[in-house]
Design a protein around this ligand. Sequence first.
Ligand SMILES: Cc1cc2nc3c(=O)[nH]c(=O)nc-3n(C[C@H](O)[C@H](O)[C@H](O)COP(=O)(O)O)c2cc1C
Length: 190
Amino acid sequence: MKKIVTFALLAMILFLGGQPVSAQNSGALALIIDHYAARNFLEGAIPAADLDRIIQAGVRAPSARNLQPWHFTVIQNQTLAKKLVSNNLDGNVIIVVSGPGDGKTNYVQILDCALAVQSIYLAAQALGYGSRIYTNPIDSLNNSMKTELSLPAGYSAVALIRVGKIQGGVDAVSSASSRKKVEDVVTYKR
Ligand SMILES: Cc1cc2nc3c(=O)[nH]c(=O)nc-3n(C[C@H](O)[C@H](O)[C@H](O)COP(=O)(O)O)c2cc1C
């Protein structure tokens, strides 16, 4: 019996070792490891129930001392959305995550907001949508669009996430970026 278990474990290790990373993961782990920023968004409305779940993922993010120092501005008005992301398509939704202060100084609150950003980004992909995080428009947003977007008083935008339909599968294959090697960015102190 012991030999059979050892053989089965060895066979599994050998099998998985020869697979691409994406084939080694399933469920939540696959999503966390194999996500990618969408390149080729499509037009098309996101059903309210899906959008609600995506927002809920942000609201449920962890935060230091559970202060939840964030606000989510969900932009479905395309005129406004295009002011932030010029090639935004009809149906794509822009979610602005903002936090107290200038969005640059309080690193713990920025980290909290960043976790909410990541949760929204991943939740959208879990539901089969494309998502992409943007920080390029943030300075301009904070300089001139806070009132227009009704950000809470004293808040500044930290990042935004674009969510939209994509052509399943094709986008992933054409778009996935490489990452640094594990051995180049990890130090073990044993
Ligand atoms: C904090 C942050 C800010 C980003 N800002 C932008 C941006 O302003 N514009 C953009 O096109 N992509 C932006 N991206 C997307 C990254 O370029 C993308 O996630 C990265 O290149 C990895 O590519 P991948 O999706 O192929 O894994 C941002 C991503 C992160 C995490």
